[in-house]
Design a protein. Structure first.
Length: 135
């Protein structure tokens, strides 16, 4: 008789735990490092002129897309399991191509752009960063 009310109280807690919830990432302060240039005439270090600063930090479409990438999200799942959802920037692609001799060649490359190059045959052995295996 006492067990039935306790079971009714535990049911909402179990239902709440089964649904994964997203936790907002902590706001990280953006800190910019110091940039200096060496003067061509004197050889002294100095602050860059506005034109030099723009040349050092060009805003291309690729860098603008990288800046607009979503921040990693911490997700807490059933049983307290926590994981992080990373964006496209952290993706590793396994690309398998068949060579002229009929053998399969597997490559692990970082990013969609590198995977496209590997599919088109632009990959030269040793030019991409090898995949690191963590145990």
């Amino acid at each position: 008789m006492c067990c039935l009310p306790l079971a009714a109280l535990a049911l909402p807690a179990f239902a709440q735990q089964a649904e994964p919830r997203q936790v907002e990432p902590k706001q990280v302060e953006s800190r910019q490092g110091m940039v200096v240039v060496r003067d061509a005439d004197t050889g002294e270090l100095r602050a860059p002129t506005p034109d030099e600063a723009r040349a050092l930090h060009p805003r291309t479409n690729a860098s603008a897309a990288g800046a607009a990438a979503p921040a990693p999200k911490l997700v807490t799942g059933p049983g307290g399991r926590r994981s992080v959802q990373l964006g496209e920037r952290h993706m590793v692609y396994s690309v398998v191509t068949r060579g002229a001799d009929g053998k399969l060649d597997e490559q692990c490359v970082h990013g969609a752009h590198a995977a496209e190059h590997a599919l088109k045959g632009a990959h030269k052995h040793g030019t991409t960063k090898p995949e690191e295996h963590h145990q």
